[in-house]
Design a binder for this molecule. Sequence first.
Ligand SMILES: Cc1cc2nc3c(=O)[nH]c(=O)nc-3n(C[C@H](O)[C@H](O)[C@H](O)COP(=O)(O)O)c2cc1C
Length: 432
Amino acid sequence: MSKKLDDFRLKLAGKELVPLVIGGMGVNISTTELALEAARLGGVGHISDAMMPAVTDDVLGTHFVSEKLSRNCGNVKQPDKSGVFFQVAQVAEATRLYVSKTMERKQGPGLVFLNCMEKLTMGNPKETLQARLKAALDAGIDGITLSAGLHLASFALMADHPRFRDALLGIIVSSVRALKLFLKRAARVNRPPDYVVVEGPLAGGHLGFGLDWKKFDLKAIFQEVVQYLKKEGLPIPVIPAGGIFTGTDAVEYMEAGAGAVQVATRFTVTRESGLPEDVKQRYFEAEEEDIEVNMLSPTGYPMRMLKNCPAVSRRVRPACDAYGYLLDGTGHCSYLEAYYQAAQNGGADKLHEIQKVCLCTHMRRYQCWTCGHYTYRLKETTRRNPDGTYQILSAEHVFKDYQFSTDHQIALPEECVPCSVIRNPSAVIRDP
Ligand SMILES: Cc1cc2nc3c(=O)[nH]c(=O)nc-3n(C[C@H](O)[C@H](O)[C@H](O)COP(=O)(O)O)c2cc1C
């Protein structure tokens, strides 16, 4: 009989979990609701700490962004952002609030992790990162996945926290080389990671590859990582990610020695995803040629996105005084520099030539439609409504499809009851 993902279990922290991890998707695409569904159903969900103060404002009604802006309002039109800082205590407060409100609502046997992007340097890379990590531990997060950036020092930043050895800590890598470097540094604090996510070239968000991403293959990197950990005698679960679209894709990795699989793209079009409803429709409609990997992100990493998203075509004035998540320790961000250089060289006419985007503004407004390679297959996973739109799925439906499907089949959702029937139940034609 064909195997299904539910025939396997992820063993972590003495628990036996459904081996399905929903990866972090910033900014607030992997919402609290999405992560809680994964946990309720016995798997692992992620919230993302990307732009957490802004997300906390949107979700919990706090005022972190306006308070930061009011401290810096005299500087808004100036290119010099060296004096623009986050208050570290506020960063910690936002994380603590958001994470604790999420964890209070958690039900079921699964876990909720935080996806933490090192590349969000926030004007003070070390202290803001430390504040984010420690506040998440304070607030009771089950685990932290370190992503986007090498994070060599991140374990040391948390080493004196009382939960450093009890909370689950994992890392995302895209090569054995990166893993080796990380393990060497983790050895200094005598704390290996509890799991390793191996992210391949078909993933969404930022990629750990160059523009030559097509030359790389997740299966090959995954095997190298598994072999390396075996040779070193390190029994750490390896979790492949990127392009695992069906339950059967997942089973193939489990049979090859994976501890679990991490997925994201199929959950972008669920009710629980933070993307606005019309953007979910754009994801469903996408064809393969509508998706590109480009270098528009000021982080310097390639990023995959839909070509027709507003971020690709629009250039906005940098909003570092309110946001500033990509400012380095001296107030630099490559978009900020490109913007003011273009403004100096010819004003508005030159702006369209800028080869970077303002990720802070566009991500917060859901205008940078980052996506996985197989976004063009999302239309296979649902039905069309009578008006031609695609039926939005529930996270439970997608989760269970990964968990129980076989032979690369994808279960379609129940057919939608037409709205006319809901408005007028007597319109239902009953058998005599
Ligand atoms: C819309 C979207 C946003 C993402 N954002 C992030 C992110 O902020 N941080 C991160 O580590 N990974 C991010 N990812 C990568 C996912 O967490 C995951 O590892 C990967 O996309 C899995 O591959 P799949 O999308 O083909 O299933 C994102 C993926 C998508 C689709």
